[in-house]
Write a protein that binds this ligand. Structure first.
Ligand SMILES: CC(C)(C)c1nc(N2CCN(c3ncccn3)CC2)c2cc(C(N)=O)c(N)nc2n1
Length: 338
């Protein structure tokens, strides 16, 4: 192969500019939900970079947007041991459980002051861990049993809303981002329409479709599936800081190019949590993705640390699920599908 010195300086500079421009467009499109250029212009940038890298393979970098789809299927997934266990969530089954949760939090903190909560829709997908070293995505893993999961790095790299390189600066040298990979409703319908036409098996719901897409040993199949990821928590951190509040950490994630859910709100006290639950419950059918409830989290991380967790379920967070009417409908759909 030609030595790197054989690459004209302006070619190497052009490739670097293209990578930065494409990353910025991804940030606007996925993290800010506001694309700035039409798809055709975006595709032209990608094609120019692909042509440059085809002519000068030494130009390829691991974070290049052309390096998203692994060409070699795996024979099996390796096992990953999470640096910090991925916790589970207690459930609330009614407003009283939410009031009781808030009461327990305040009693345990021995402080009757109103607690600030972060409220997030509980996306109905697959929990994953993304590990970034010096801003580069080096590992993706499923939650698994909370202690160990499967290494699905090749598959998560195919998901456009997951940055291969964090944007900007100020992020810790080692940063673990936890989030939920899900399939939006429209993508799920389109996937099942294609499956019907090809006489393939149908997926029962978007969560199963996302799980099946992540379980592919051949990342080229995963790359064809309409998957997205929303970050929902920080995990292991080394050499750096994340903000003192959970909501501010999610905003930092957005600045670093990660997608967070736009419905996330910060509220004061249990009654405001119930209002949030009710208003989102009314809009559930209109959301672009399936949710099975709301996750309420004590927003200050120093209070989270003080509250800790019991048997891996944090004392500082609770999931409040909606009635399961949706699942039953889907089950009936499949059973009476002709
Ligand atoms: C950081 C904590 C532990 C509070 C936390 N844990 C979550 N989960 C744990 C249980 N999980 C789980 N998964 C499979 C089996 C058992 N538990 C699935 C993720 C969260 C899931 C979502 C979501 N889905 O949108 C979310 N917005 N925030 C979360 N926050």
């Amino acid at each position: 192969a030609k030595s790197t010195s054989a690459i004209p300086a302006e070619t190497s500079a052009r490739a670097q500019t293209l990578r930065a421009e494409i990353q910025e467009h991804n940030y606007r499109y996925y993290a800010l939900d506001e694309p700035r250029i039409p798809d055709a212009a975006y595709d032209r940038l990608m094609r120019e970079l692909q042509d440059l890298e085809a002519e000068y393979p030494e130009l390829v970098t691991p974070d290049s947007p052309t390096q998203r789809v692994g060409q070699t299927p795996l024979s099996a997934f390796a096992t990953v041991t999470h640096e910090l266990p991925m916790l589970s969530l207690d459930n609330a089954f009614g407003e009283d459980d939410l009031i009781a949760f808030d009461r327990r939090v305040r009693d345990r903190l021995q402080d009757d002051a109103t607690i600030e909560y972060a409220c997030e829709p509980k996306l109905d997908g697959i929990a994953v861990s993304l590990l970034y070293r010096d801003g580069l995505l080096v590992r993706g893993a499923t939650r698994g049993d909370g202690t160990q999961g499967e290494d699905i790095t090749q598959n998560v790299r195919t998901i456009d809303s997951i940055p291969l390189k964090l944007r900007g600066s100020g992020y810790p040298r080692v940063l673990e981002v936890r989030g939920e990979i899900y399939m939006p409703k429209a993508g799920f319908e389109a996937l099942n329409e294609k499956a019907r036409e090809k006489g393939d098996k149908l997926f029962v719901n978007p969560r199963n479709a996302a799980a099946g897409s992540l379980r592919q040993l051949d990342a080229r199949i995963t790359a064809t599936r309409p998957l997205e990821m929303c970050a929902y928590s920080v995990g292991y951190v080394e050499d750096g800081e994340v903000p003192a509040k959970h909501s501010e950490t999610l905003e930092a994630f957005r600045d670093w190019g990660l997608k967070i859910n736009r419905e996330m709100r910060v509220v004061q006290g249990a009654d405001a949590c119930i209002e949030y639950y009710q208003q989102l419950g009314e809009r559930r059918a209109q959301l672009d993705y399936d949710i099975d409830g709301i996750v309420f989290k004590v927003n200050r991380r120093d209070l989270q640390d003080e509250l800790g967790f019991v048997a891996r379920a944090p004392r500082w967070a609770i999931a409040y699920k909606f009635p399961a009417q949706e699942e039953m409908t889907q089950l009936l759909d499949v059973e009476f599908q002709v």
